[in-house]
Ligand binder design. Structure first.
Ligand code: ASP
Length: 622
């Protein structure tokens, strides 16, 4: 990453408020900024002057500079001022080691108030003061003046700069795609914008530049990237925003391995440029197939900073002939019916109170399990818990052996349908990992998950639904599976071989969060028709939705693939945040509003009239 030290000198300042050091003592300097704090000490008035670069102590002596002193005494927090004077070493013993400028102070000759400030609704000078988020968003300019938001926005800026440098260095072309487009295939609800020039018609805001980037490959751009704004009209959760930013890219004449390699190199380069101090747990990034990730972690975005992997208990619960014979009905029935009995080991939780275990059981039920079995490992190797009495000493010993549990640990067991068992234990693993502080908060653990199932069965629609996007390609060995039992792609059923086909799709995860995902696309017309058919669409119907792209494909589409990485999420995780609002300058609240701009708001009456629109009331009451 290019590092330059620009000059910040302007008619308002010779230095920034973070710049002066002992070696400047004796020089004249002018600083401008906000008053962080004012203190009076007899005939001395102290001003802490703050700008983006730091804080400098200014001292105004009534004896030396009576006029400046009079002005200083009118100043309150957050006034914007210019101070001119001489840099001096602080009195021995009064240096402030917590400030980069703490060896010196500026002895003011003149103090000029450039602008006054009302009393802020919260203390800008107390970075850790808890302030309700609504207030922070309403006065975001004051919130951003505070050190933590400054730091996070700077980190984000560095991240985006590093992304641009990494991709330009690899010959990628940065292309902007429009935000007034037609619907894209990401599966969320579109935001639409009515057209004035074509009354009754709408543009869709892009859920992603997916179609356009694939069209750019047909256009021969070969390596494209964009820091793209995307819009999805979804119900908002902590990590979702109606508009968000993706690092979007696409490459031609590549296979899955090429793309994963390029992304991995750039992710490493960008991470080291943005947060050089944070350790990266493992390189090359571990790669799991979807099946393996679900089997071992119960998640397709596993947090690899700690172990606590899911353990299959079946081997400990069956007799020599392979029959389920644990003595506990729920386990035996689950195994007989094709379900899975798996466990995680919560280290040191063997002494959990009844209340704790009830709480864990409730959590497991909330995640979708019928129940949760808990067994504490006691000194001497016996298991203790409500169902221990059903399990023979041999089975208890086998369970401890197979899970590698130690005395004082707690076994948490789910017996359910395979997907439920994996999902519930995966979520419990995440929850306990956080509760027990198992992950090193500094560490960055990236990993890949690939070979996702190509389709999932949509029982309501009676069709196969693409798990990622309808253009994801199939793993070459699985191409023959894109068939139906009926023989007719238009008559699919849940037993179809297509359900076993794996997509050339890959996700990159970081510390238990999905950072991004992409795929090698289907670029051959025959395969597209087959895949659309399984998804319940005739080519003609697909033309209505993705006409431009399908037409472009008739003019020579190269093999291509790409990925999109969530920039907000990436910045948040690098900044130790889980909420992406903390790395967005002006995010929306849970209800999709901007309390500062007061958006959304009713349009001016003639805006609706110009568009030929009339508001008829909320949906359902029209
Ligand atoms: N367009 C996809 C998404 O937004 C990413 C990709 O397949 O490149 O998730």
């Amino acid at each position: 990453m290019t590092v330059t030290t620009p000059s910040f000198a302007t008619p308002y300042r010779t230095h920034t408020a973070g710049e002066l050091r002992a070696e400047h003592a004796g020089q004249r300097a002018t600083l401008s900024g906000w008053v962080h704090r004012r203190r009076e000490h007899g005939k001395l008035t102290f001003l802490d002057l703050r700008d983006r670069y730091g804080i400098t102590q200014v001292v105004v002596d009534q004896a030396d500079a009576p006029e400046a002193h009079a002005v200083a005494n009118r100043i309150r927090s957050e006034f914007v001022v210019t101070v001119e004077g001489e840099v001096a070493l602080r009195q021995p013993g009064t240096e402030n080691p917590r400030l980069a400028t703490g060896a010196v102070e500026l002895q003011a000759r003149t103090v000029t108030i450039l602008n006054e400030s009302k009393t802020p609704p919260f203390y800008v000078n107390e970075p850790d003061a808890p302030v309700e988020e609504g207030t922070r968003l309403r006065y975001r300019y004051l919130d951003i003046r505070r050190e933590p938001m400054q730091r996070r926005l700077l980190l984000r800026s560095r991240l985006v700069q590093a992304i641009r440098e990494a991709y330009h260095a690899r010959g990628f072309v940065e292309v902007e795609t429009p935000t007034l487009i037609k619907s894209t295939p990401e599966g969320a609800r579109d935001f639409i914008v009515p057209s004035r020039l074509q009354p009754g018609s709408v543009y869709a805001l892009p859920q992603s530049p997916q179609q356009l980037k694939q069209i750019l490959m047909v256009a021969g751009i070969d390596r494209y990237f964009q820091i793209a704004r995307c819009y999805r009209d979804e119900d908002l959760r902590g990590d979702r925003q109606p508009e968000f930013t993706q690092l979007d890219l696409e490459m031609s004449f590549v296979d899955e391995a090429t793309i994963m390699d390029v992304i991995e190199q750039t992710v490493l380069e960008v991470t080291k440029a943005t947060t050089p101090e944070r350790p990266i747990r493992e390189t090359p990034f571990p790669r799991f197939t979807y099946d393996e990730a679900m089997e071992r972690f119960g998640s397709d975005k596993p947090d690899l900073r700690f172990g606590m992997e899911l353990v299959d208990l079946a081997a400990a619960l069956r007799d020599e002939s392979g029959e389920p014979a644990s003595g506990f009905r729920v386990f035996d029935d689950t195994l007989t019916n094709g379900g899975r009995v798996k466990a995680i080991v919560a280290p040191g939780m063997g002494g959990a109170s009844r209340r704790d275990t009830d709480d864990l059981t409730e959590t497991a039920k909330r995640f979708g399990a019928k129940g949760l079995v808990h067994l504490a490992v006691q000194d001497g190797g016996a298991l203790h818990g409500p169902i221990a009495k059903f399990l023979s000493a041999e089975i208890q010993a086998a369970l401890i052996r197979i899970t590698h549990a130690a005395a004082g640990d707690l076994l948490l067991i789910v017996a359910d349908a395979p997907e439920t068992t994996a999902d519930v234990l995966g979520r419990l693993r995440t929850e306990l990992g956080a509760r027990l502080g198992l992950a090193d908060p500094n560490e960055l653990a990236y990993c890949w998950v690939h070979r996702f199932p190509m389709y999932q069965w949509d029982a309501e629609g009676g069709r196969w639904d693409a798990t990622h996007n309808p253009f994801s390609g199939v793993v070459p060995e699985d191409e023959a599976l894109l068939t139906t039992v009926s023989g007719d792609p238009a008559r699919p059923s849940p037993q179809d071989p297509a359900g076993r086909a794996r997509a050339m799709q890959y996700d990159i995860a970081l510390n238990g969060w999905e950072l991004g995902g992409g795929s090698i696309r289907i670029w051959s017309r025959d395969l597209l028709i087959k895949s659309f058919g399984l998804q319940g669409y005739a080519l003609e119907q697909m033309r209505e939705r993705f006409g431009a792209m399908l037409e472009a494909f008739e003019f020579g589409a190269p093999p291509h693939g790409g990925i999109a990485i969530g920039v907000d999420r990436w910045a948040a995780l690098l900044a130790y945040q889980t909420n992406i609002r903390e790395v967005m300058a002006f995010p929306k609240t849970q209800s999709g509003s901007d309390p500062m701009l007061e958006a959304p708001s009713p349009p001016e009456p003639d805006q609706f009239a110009e568009l030929g629109l009339r508001f008829v009331g909320p949906p359902g009451r029209a």
